[in-house]
Design a protein around this ligand. Sequence first.
Ligand code: SIN
Length: 278
Amino acid sequence: MLELIPITECIGTEVRGLDVAGYISDQDFERIYQAWIDRTILLIRGQEMTPAEQVKFTRRFGEVVTYTRSQFNADEFPEILVLSNLTRDGKPIGSAYSGRVWHSDGAYLSDPPAGSMLYAREVPPVGGDTWYGNMYAAYDALPDHVKDRIADLKVVISRVQSRPYNYPDRPPPTERERLEWVDVAHPIVKVHDVSGRKALYVGGNVPWRIEGMPEDESRPLITFLQEFATMPRFTYRHRWRAGDIVLWDNRSAMHMATPYDHVNHRRLMHRTTLAAVL
Ligand code: SIN
């Protein structure tokens, strides 16, 4: 029988009694979907699923992004992005260092993805955890005068400047990328398109700025909001076991990967990503 159990008071629901590769009734799926929207992340442990089954399960939540230009797709599955330190024929099979700062996926896009699903195939015995933060809760807890101050502000995100923070193992942007990658602005307070609730959108540790605000005012405000949003009370640190699935709502959660020993241990994760509009 399907059971939905809170992970912490503030964030996350663990789904028990579910085989994601098996039959899921519409009624059960509706409960799972609502828990995802309400609690920002879902955890489902002990799953065995093939890449095809992962894509199929992700599609229950909405349209899945296909990576047409990535060198880190799973074989024959352009919908699966491989995050790993493993190599084949001396070449990396996945992105090894991505996401080591607090972030929302694709913040540098005008329409960032709605969510992402990470499936742990191999995990190190220590390290390689992922932190998640509930940005509804962070927004709700802000003092009223701060809510008033940020109500109509936008953050400007430079993909060029964010690159070394988000992907430290990739080469710096080429001249062509520098020209192609235009800065984007997002409201600091995002209204979730399904729940209608407000969530803080500030990224973390990345040099963002507030549109139209002088640098000496913008920087301390952004730093305050980033530090506030990632306080332990809003977060959950997930210690992975092989077979775990975590699905996060990218509209209401931030997340951050943590380091592990790349020389002695193996980590192999498969990520599927939901398009902006579900
Ligand atoms: C990510 O930011 O999508 C990666 C998270 C992780 O590898 O733990």
